[in-house]
Ligand binder design. Structure first.
Ligand code: NCC
Length: 276
């Protein structure tokens, strides 16, 4: 049901979604206190130029997928929130280059976030469901979850680990494109971590393989590959516009329907390889 051709949609994503991390020169973060906490290097400088990348959703359908080796064959792997590796290598691999976490996890589960070794590998990026197109100052005063203090605590404990804060403008620029390409009215809730991670990797990599975002033949009501919890909303969406995200990703997929069915795999071009 998308209105634009896949090529035009890729161009819109490339040109209108600004993937940037909060920097020391940005608005309320331009204080000497924040300079100590924000990473000195940009994300681009930290990761360098990446070739083939993998994005691993947390879906239950990854269970028994045996995709681990294939996932690890990529130059970089992005994972979400508390998705574990230990005990699941066979299905999800063991490489973690970037872990994208939501601000709820950094706040509510603060103790766990600060304690669990899982978070100490790779580059961390946190995002917060800021109000629709809010200015950074406004968001800073009223984030959805006040994760700033936990962020500072984590940075003090792990000063060498790169840890970025996603500029919240990005998620609404992306949401606008989702809305424009859907026939229905979408609730103004931000895209899921999954969709944000896909677009982040499209800015960093030549090519992006996404696993079990579009469900394979293993599709299940089990929410996560690492838990026994059942909920259809995990795959179809409730708060996040997941169904619309998945339609859009299906539309720009450059791989085959068989890849989706067998491996739950979608292949997207990096923005460097999108010519408008
Ligand atoms: O579940 P979550 O997402 O951590 O999953 C990461 C991304 O994987 C994709 N996914 C997941 C499960 C599934 N069956 N199908 C999928 O396609 C989605 O793209 C999803 O974004 C989030 O997006 O941040 C979310 O986070 C959790 C939770 O906060 C974290 O896991 C931390 O504990 C949210 N769950 C709850 O709040 C209960 C979830 O709604 C969204």
């Amino acid at each position: 049901t998308a209105k634009l051709s896949p090529e035009k949609l890729l161009c819109q994503l490339r040109d209108r979604v600004n993937v940037t991390m909060i920097q020391g020169s940005d608005g309320p973060f331009d204080t000497s206190e924040w300079q100590q906490y924000l990473p000195g290097k940009s994300l681009n400088e930290t990761v360098g130029r990446l070739g083939r990348c993998a994005v691993v959703s947390s879906a239950g359908s990854l269970k028994s997928s045996h995709l681990g080796q294939e996932i690890d064959s990529h130059d970089a792997v992005l994972r979400f929130n508390g998705a574990p590796i230990k005990g699941f290598q066979e299905d999800v691999g063991q490489k973690t280059t970037i872990r994208l976490v939501n601000s709820q996890l950094v706040t509510v589960e603060e103790q766990q976030f600060l304690r669990e070794a899982l978070y100490n590998t790779g580059i961390l990026i946190v995002w917060d469901p800021a109000p629709y197109h809010a200015e950074i100052h406004e968001w800073y005063r009223k984030p959805d979850y006040n994760f700033f203090e936990s962020y500072k605590l984590y940075r003090s404990a792990h000063p060498e680990q790169p840890f970025y804060i996603l500029n919240p403008k990005m998620q609404w620029q992306l949401w606008d494109i989702l809305q424009e390409n859907s026939l229905e009215h979408i609730q103004p809730n931000p895209p899921s971590s999954g969709m944000l991670g896909i677009v982040i990797m499209m800015t960093l990599c030549d090519e992006v393989d996404v696993y079990e975002f579009l469900p394979s033949k293993r599709q299940t009501d089990i929410c996560h590959y690492y838990q026994k919890f059942h909920d259809r909303a995990c795959t179809m969406g409730a708060y996040h516009p997941l169904l619309f995200e998945k339609n859009l990703v299906k539309h720009i997929n450059q791989g085959t329907d068989e890849d989706i069915y067998i491996q739950g795999k979608v292949t997207l071009p990096g923005f460097r390889n999108v010519h408008c």
